[in-house]
Design a protein around this ligand. Structure first.
Ligand SMILES: Cc1cc2nc3c(=O)[nH]c(=O)nc-3n(C[C@H](O)[C@H](O)[C@H](O)COP(=O)(O)O)c2cc1C
Length: 509
């Protein structure tokens, strides 16, 4: 196994023991990441759909002025001004949801799109880092290949302290990060369904072409953490990236958001959830041997979470669900309060939906009346693909590259050669997650797009001490010190927490 001791390893070991989940879209926004970072954790902003979030904030009038204030620090002021001119609406859009749409992007994004992506990556990280010295990371979904290089570059320009990538196998990221830190061109290889073996379609990004003559800062390479669910993937990543993975976040099947599918196939439980078993637990002994720090995620937001993880040889924990419901969370406020209410009354039901996500990966949903978890709400929704982040590239019969998503209008998907069976149960996560963060677009059938809440199984355990007054700082202090969270037994229902966690494997490192 290639091993690059010294600087590489110590970089990630210097990161805090508590990492706040990178939660998209805009659940972990700059405010949450900043608060966590100031309190002693690694605050993480979500990179998902940041361009659209920035465009919405500017169209809402940027009332507190933060976006324009921070873009005034962007190294290329002409670029920053173009972005503001294109999207800023001084008095805010008159009708809620009537945002001007950000154009969909493919593997050759137009200059305007790239400018918005870079500015958005920069602004979110720079705001999260503003006015303190705590570390801030960015979380990217590997699957969103076309947007990632430009958002990542913006984040690097803002001095991001860690890059976390999951939802795919991020083999090309270490090289991309190194190239972009040197302001050199970088690329990702586009996955094309139905492509010829050996064909190589790239998503290229050339910083100097975009930023022209601007004076560019010297950038230090931040540590790269791969989000994985198996030790086998960790080993394979180290081999295929010459060891340039600085650490791992090991996510269990009870974590919020997307989950890795269970090994061994598509069997579902009586209530229609994927069935996970012992084979889905990573071998922590093997992980310990890889000589990289790792953080355990999925049900560790408890008073004893850090101690359990440390006993298993982990450097720390990553916690998402708790932070997604704290005061600084980017979740739309009335929705956040409703979810907290459900949790407090033991009525928060979390379902691991095997179909909802266009990616085909299981996705956890919380049953909240009036949101897309509600079958009748989803059935009434008129499909539209106007954000398009989860579209998959495919080779068209005429040789060109096309883009399709099983949550787009059925006829369009079928006309592009998509399989009818893939349409079943799919939800438009792009629109739903924008809505959850308070940026619901106008829906084609009238009204606004419905939201969809995701959370880990620990939410249903209802013993987390969730209380709407908890701030991120309170959570960080409690989790780091192992104290019960205010107002409740912090460990909750152990069987629910640990069912698919790693607790059974704990033992001295
Ligand atoms: C609301 C929410 C959104 C999430 N979104 C993402 C995401 O976009 N990308 C990702 O890698 N992980 C995502 N996660 C997973 C978290 O980063 C974290 O690993 C997980 O929440 C830890 O488990 P816990 O939910 O039991 O605390 C999300 C989790 C939540 C609760």
């Amino acid at each position: 196994m290639p091993d690059q001791p010294g600087r590489t390893l110590s970089l990630a070991r210097g990161l805090p023991r508590l990492i706040q989940g990178g939660m998209g879209v805009a659940i972990s926004n700059w405010r949450l990441a900043r608060a966590v970072s100031q309190a002693g954790g690694l605050g993480v902003v979500s990179g998902t759909a940041l361009d659209r979030v920035l465009a919405c904030r500017l169209q809402e009038g940027d009332a507190d002025g933060h976006v324009r204030r921070i873009l005034a620090r962007f190294p290329d002021q002409a670029l920053a001004q173009r972005v503001v001119q294109r999207w800023f609406v001084p008095s805010g859009i008159a009708t809620p949801g009537a945002y001007r749409q950000v154009p969909l992007i493919d593997h050759r994004p137009a200059g305007d799109s790239l400018e918005l992506l870079v500015a958005a990556g920069f602004a979110e990280v720079a705001l999260a880092k503003d006015g303190h010295t705590g570390p801030v990371g960015i979380n990217l979904l590997e699957k969103i290949q076309v947007a990632n290089p430009a958002i990542l570059y913006g984040a690097l320009l803002a001095g991001v302290d860690a890059v976390l990538v999951g939802a795919g196998i991020p083999r090309e990221f270490p090289a991309l990060i190194a190239q972009l830190c040197a302001h050199e061109p970088g690329h990702l290889t586009l996955r094309v369904e139905g492509g010829q073996p050996g064909e190589n379609v790239r998503v290229d990004f050339a910083p100097r072409e975009l930023l022209g003559g601007a004076r560019l800062p010297t950038l230090a390479r931040p540590p790269f953490l791969a989000i994985i669910s198996s030790d086998v993937l960790a080993q394979s990543l180290l081999r295929s990236t010459d060891g340039q993975v600085d650490g791992f976040i090991v996510e269990g099947a009870i974590a919020g958001g997307h989950n890795a599918p269970p090994r061994g196939g598509g069997h579902l439980s009586d209530i229609g959830e994927p069935i996970y078993g012992p084979r889905d637990l990573p071998d922590l002994g093997r992980l310990r041997q890889l000589d990289r720090p790792f953080w355990l995620a999925g049900g560790y937001g408890t008073a004893d979470g850090l101690a359990r993880a440390s006993a298993a040889g982990a450097h720390g924990i990553q916690v998402g669900t708790l932070f997604s419901l704290c005061r600084e969370s980017g979740m739309e406020e009335s929705l956040r309060l409703r979810v907290l209410g459900l949790a407090a009354n033991d009525e928060a039901h979390v379902f691991t939906d095997p179909l909802a996500s266009p990616t085909g990966f299981p996705f956890k949903t919380v049953a909240v009346p009036g949101t897309a978890s509600d079958r009748s709400v989803d059935a009434e929704r008129i499909r539209i693909c106007n954000i398009g982040l989860l579209r998959q590239a495919y080779r068209r019969p005429d040789g060109d590259i096309g883009w399709r998503c099983p949550a787009e209008p059925e006829a369009a998907f079928l006309a592009k050669g998509g399989a009818a069976k893939d349409l079943t149960g799919r939800k438009c996560l792009c629109n739903a997650l924008m809505a959850t963060a308070g940026f619901a677009l106008a829906a084609p059938g009238g009204g606004r797009e419905p939201a969809l809440v995701t959370a880990g199984n620990c939410l249903a355990a209802a013993g987390l001490g969730l209380h709407h007054d908890l701030g991120a700082g309170d959570l960080v202090a409690a989790l780091l010190s192992g104290s019960p969270l205010a107002g409740a037994s912090a460990t909750g229902n152990p069987s629910a927490h640990h069912r698919h966690g790693f607790a059974a494997q704990t033992g001295p490192a």
